[in-house]
Each structure stands twice: as C-alpha cells, then as structure tokens.
Design a protein around this ligand. Structure first.
Ligand code: FAD
Length: 393
C-alpha cells in the first residue's frame, strides 16, 4: 500500500490531520490500534476552544456540535465558600463549546467515511522504518497478516503511550516534565447540570470542578492522592466529598444522580522537543501533555495538526520540503504558553501536602486578584478561550 502521509492514531489530531490534508488534495491513510466503537466511546475531555470549533465548522463537520454542544460565555471561580463569574466573552469577544471529545471523534470518523478517507482500525504491531530517509514505511499486522504502508511522510498522532516518539533515535529529543503530587477522580453522573457554567472550586479539602456533558449529564472531578485506589471510592464517598468541597454560602450544590463512569487521571506536564525527526512529525499527546485543569490537551493537538497540514501541503504540493523545518518551532511556542497557563491554574487551585500556610494565603490572594481585577480576569480569559493558532508562513 502507498500514500503520501501515513498517520498513526485515530484520536482527534490524527483524524483532523487526514481531513485537513484531504482539503489540500493530499492523500493520507490513518492506522488505529483499537476498533471503531472503542475509539468513539472513549470519554475524555470536553471543552473546545473557539479555534477548534471554527476549524470543525470550516471543514463542514460542525453540524452535530452546533446542535448538541453547549456554548459557554463565562466560567465561575470559587474559594472560601464564594463563587465569582468571569465573563470571557465580555473580556475577549470569544467563547468555548462544551462538547465531548468522543463526540468530536465520532463526527471526524463519520466525515472521513463520507469523504472516503481510509481509516484502518484494529491494526497490530505497528512499527516505523526508514524515518531518517526519503521513503519511510509503516509495518503493521491486520487480521493476523503483515502489511506495509509506504509513505512520503509519517505523522505520529498515537498519544503519550504510542510507538512514534519511541521510534526517534536516542539523543535527538529533549523531554521536559513535571509530575504533580495529586490526581483527579472524575465521574459522569446522570443528573441535569445545576449550574449553566463550569465552576473551578478551591477549598481546604482540595480542588473540585463542576462541569457538564449535556443537558442531562453532569461531569465532576475532585483532586485526590496520586496513589488513590478507585475501589476505595464508592459513589457515596464521592458525593460526600464533592458536597464538602462545593459548599458555598448561597447553599448551591451539584445535583446528584446515578454514576455512569468513574476514573482517575494522573496530572502531569510533559513536552518533547523538537517534535520532528527526518520524515516523522509528532502531534498531540505523543509530543506533549498538559494537566487537565483547563482541558487544553485536545485543543493543543488540533492546533499542532493545523500547522502540520499547512507545512505538509507546501512540501508535497509545492515541492517546498523546507516548509517543514519550522513545524516544531511554531507549535512549541503555543505549547509552552499553554503549559504555563495550565501549570498556573493547577497551582492556584490545588492543595498539596508540601504547601505551607504561606502558600495557602498566596493562593487566596491570587484568586482574589483574578476574580476582582479586570486586567487579571482578562489574562485568564484570553488564555482560557485559547490563543490564536499561528500561521507558519
Ligand atoms: C484518561 C484520560 C483523560 C483525559 N482527560 C482530559 C481532560 O479532562 N481534559 C483535557 O484537556 N485533556 C484530557 N485528556 C487529554 C486529551 O484527551 C488528549 O490531549 C487528547 O486525546 C489528545 O489526542 P491524541 O490523539 O494526541 O491522543 P489520544 O487521544 O491518546 O489518541 C491516540 C490514538 O492513537 C492510538 N494508538 C496508540 N498507539 C497506537 C499504535 N501503536 N498504532 C496505532 N494506533 C495507536 C490510540 O488507540 C488512540 O486512538 C485526557 C487523556 C486521558 C488519557
């Protein structure tokens, strides 16, 4: 088999890249280790920045999102049992869309099917060869049979645990990382959201986030220990802890309901640089991870492939191979800016055993500043809705 761009991974960036390349007249084949229903059902993040929303609409893939997504103009930030509203649209002219990552993936797969973009699900033993030379190859097995995909370029969109980053020879990549001393326990509950906007709540017992997936499903998170065991968190304990953390002077509480899903997510910041080697280009979680405090992971991944599609198109259609040289540099500028913001939000809102009384007072001072100063709120809002995606040329 032969194609111009072989894409490893059918997560949001892999699928989006295939669509963007198709629009430019460049052929791509997507290889995915899991089956279609698994990929479409994988619950993860759910806040889309305006840049991501606009891109889905431009590609003609926004119809379901516009119908089912929840447009949000503001967030709430709470501390010391009080809640404050930050109106992002008033401060920046932009908004965000609450629409699950699995819905985005479902729309991208349906769109690929309609456009005849090949996605090979359930491939095994994927291996990259010849990435330093002019004709890289992806070897894999499908239905027990070995196959080869010959490409001009390969996009490694296979997430943090994928094989693409590991295919780069030792010594080429530099990694930067920070592990946080806490995790997030998240639940999906069948309960109508009892607030219209997301609430980021600082409390003495730890951080909690109120969000929603739809008019009937609430998404809630609470900070927990890094070594926490899910089996020790029966539903009653989760609700008790959520109620303790969300307690506020006006008596508001999230509505409880049957728990549909429960999971623990580690918190880490991770960046690899550069994001390319030879004819292999990394995008999304394969190259960087942000803590989920501001749901930037998928948005960053989509921004990567918007830049990559422009560079690949110039290299393939116009013969300008040097157009790919700037890929890492352009993406990393935005990635580091998102890393700074996600780290800042995380450290402002979470408690850590290492924190002293000084740290707690500093957090409260920061929360007071962000919720009472227009300048500070504007800085938060500008980063929250997402900085513009740079055009590489
Ligand atoms: C459990 C979890 C919870 C998260 N929650 C949040 C959140 O609340 N907020 C937030 O902002 N971000 C969150 N994220 C991060 C966000 O979902 C990611 O940033 C986003 O999915 C990036 O997409 P990706 O395609 O790069 O990686 P992934 O979504 O991991 O997709 C990679 C794809 O590649 C496939 N793949 C892997 N290896 C191979 C292989 N060898 N061959 C072929 N295919 C392969 C995988 O099956 C997968 O489909 C979460 C991530 C995880 C893992």
């Amino acid at each position: 088999m032969r194609t111009q761009v072989g894409i490893v991974g059918a997560g949001p960036p892999g699928l989006m890249l295939a669509h963007l390349l198709r629009r430019e007249g460049v052929d791509a084949v997507v290889l995915e280790a899991r089956d279609r229903s698994y990929v479409e059902g994988r619950i993860r993040t759910g806040v889309l920045e305006q840049g991501t929303v606009d891109l889905l609409k431009t590609l003609g893939l926004g119809e379901r999102m516009e119908r089912l997504g929840l447009l949000h103009h503001a967030i709430e930030v709470g501390y010391e049992k009080q809640r404050f509203r930050i109106d992002m649209t008033a401060l920046t002219g932009k908004s965000v869309m609450v629409y699950g990552q699995h819905e985005v993936v479902t729309d991208l797969i349906a769109g690929a099917e309609a456009a005849g973009i090949p996605i090979l699900f359930g491939v095994e033993d994927v291996a990259l060869e010849g990435i330093a030379g002019p004709s890289p190859t992806i070897r894999f097995r499908r239905g027990g049979v070995g196959e080869e995909l010959h490409c001009d370029y390969i996009a490694g969109c296979d997430g943090f645990h994928g094989i693409s980053r590991a295919a780069v020879p030792d010594g080429v990549l530099t990694t930067y990382k920070r592990e946080y001393p806490f995790s997030w326990l998240g639940i999906l509950a069948e309960a109508a959201p009892s607030l219209d906007e997301l609430l980021y709540m600082h409390s003495d017992c730890g951080f909690a986030l109120f969000s929603m997936r739809s008019p009937t499903v609430t998404r809630l998170y609470l900070q927990c220990d890094r070594t926490e065991n899910l089996a020790e968190w029966p539903d009653e304990r989760v609700w008790e802890e959520l109620h303790r953390r969300f307690e506020s002077m006006d008596g508001w509480m999230p509505k409880a309901g049957p728990v549909l899903q429960k999971s623990i997510t580690a918190m880490r910041s991770f960046v690899t640089a550069p994001m390319q080697f030879g004819r292999l280009f990394l995008a999304g979680d394969a190259a960087h991870i942000v803590p989920p405090t501001r749901a930037k992971g998928m948005n960053l991944a989509i921004a990567d492939v918007k830049v990559l599609a422009t560079c690949l198109s110039a290299a393939i259609r116009e013969g300008k191979a040097s157009a790919l040289d700037c890929y890492s540099e352009v993406c990393l500028r935005r990635i580091w800016s998102a890393q700074r913001f996600s780290w800042w939000m995380t450290s402002m809102l979470h408690n850590s055993l290492e924190d002293s009384a000084f740290d707690r007072r500093r957090q409260i001072a920061e929360l007071e500043y962000v919720t009472h100063s227009v300048a500070a709120a504007t800085s938060l809002a500008e980063n929250y809705v997402g900085l513009p995606i740079e055009n590489p040329f």
